[in-house]
Design a protein around this ligand. Structure first.
Ligand code: MG
Length: 368
């Protein structure tokens, strides 16, 4: 049997998934749906792999086009058993229009599919295939709740607690800081001082506004304050990091180099790469290793079904984010949670089984 296996076929899909409930944060306002872009590939040895990326509503068509028109023809010349070589080929093919952005989303989905295929070929779940650092990962419920009334917010955190979560994140970044402070205080009162509580500002503030917010929230024992400011200002992060509330960021950093600079210059406490936009499993693991060398834990953003595997393979793993953008209705298996931790599956690959017939109803047509 040959060691090589050419990528024989590649298919991309683009879907708009309605959310059961309108969500809200300080950057995107109200969010009623998200876009899912899938990649399925097959090699000539008969193995298949599935990957995906998602957007907060915009850009999915361009990502799908990039995969179909530019990436798929390249992939069909490459060996599926060499994901690193494929990653390099995609990176340099798209470099001039890439280094993150939409190219990063497209290559992420492909790289995820290739790792799914590789782990299936080995007959192992991805977390074991990548080294198997742990078989359970602590999880938190990531609320997307900025515009919820206080009653709705409290009802939701009670729901999370009832589901077994021992850690919860809520949104901040409302028009008046006093509102944020009141909401954090109310949630803290509801959950008690032992409960792990994070807050996420989705880049709403200037550095000065973030300083005021940290001052006002300092006595609430926040586990971290996420994305207080835009991700480009590493010096601003460094200033905030010195104020006594741990800072987390990463969902808007889309290359290894951006993460390396944020870790080195920004001195944040937690880095949060997202496998669906940082360049797939290949880049995610490099970001995690660099953070680990600095003694910084990595948590995840979104895509909890796949991130559970990656955190399971990472010695410096922090929390797995579990949020309501979940694909539960479209997957044959859902994330298993036990006492606030994700229990890693033994199905080969990522174990992502999409219900393609159910997804078909949400397909986005091309422009024509
Ligand atoms: Mg966030």
């Amino acid at each position: 049997m040959s060691n090589t296996a050419r990528i024989a076929n590649v298919e991309a899909g683009h879907y708009r998934i309605p959310l059961a409930r309108t969500l809200s944060d300080s950057t995107h306002g109200e969010i009623g749906s998200f876009e899912l872009v899938t990649v399925r590939l097959w090699d000539d040895a008969g193995y298949d792999g599935v990957g995906y990326t998602y957007t907060v509503g915009y850009g999915g068509s361009a990502i799908r086009e990039l995969i179909e028109r530019e990436v798929a023809p390249l992939l069909k010349t490459l060996d599926s058993t060499r994901p690193e070589a494929v990653w390099q080929a995609m990176w340099w093919r798209l470099h001039y229009v890439g280094r993150g952005g939409i190219a990063g989303f497209a290559t992420s989905a492909v790289d995820m599919a290739l790792h799914d295929l590789s782990a299936k070929r080995a007959g192992q779940p991805l977390w074991r295939f990548l080294g198997g650092a742990r078989d359970r990962v602590p999880a938190y419920a990531g609320g997307v709740d900025l515009e919820f009334t206080l009653d709705e917010l409290l009802a939701e955190v009670r729901e999370y607690r009832a589901e077994g979560f021992t850690a919860v994140k809520i949104k901040v970044g409302r028009d008046r800081l006093e509102e944020d402070v009141a909401r954090v205080r109310a949630v803290r009162r509801e959950l008690g001082w032992e409960f792990t509580l994070m807050a996420d500002a989705n880049m709403r503030w200037s550095t000065h506004a973030a300083m005021r917010a940290i001052q006002a929230l300092r006595d609430q024992n926040l586990y971290w304050l996420e994305e207080p400011i835009a991700p480009d200002d590493e010096e601003g992060h460094r200033q905030l990091a010195a104020l006594g509330v741990p800072i987390a960021t990463g969902e808007n950093l889309h290359t290894e180099a951006e993460f390396e600079r944020m870790g080195r210059r920004g001195r944040v406490a937690v880095l949060q790469p997202d496998v669906t936009n940082v360049g797939g499993v290949t880049a995610w693991r490099k970001v995690a290793a660099t953070a680990g060398a600095r003694g910084v834990p990595v948590s995840s953003h979104g895509a909890h079904d796949v991130h559970a595997h990656l955190l399971g393979a990472t010695p410096n793993a922090g929390f797995l984010e579990v949020h309501r953008f979940g694909l539960d209705a479209f997957l044959t298996h859902n994330l298993q949670l036990d006492a606030g931790a994700a229990v890693l599956p033994e199905r080969p690959g990522t174990g992502l089984g999409f219900k393609w017939d159910v997804l078909a109803d949400y397909q986005v047509d091309g422009v024509g």
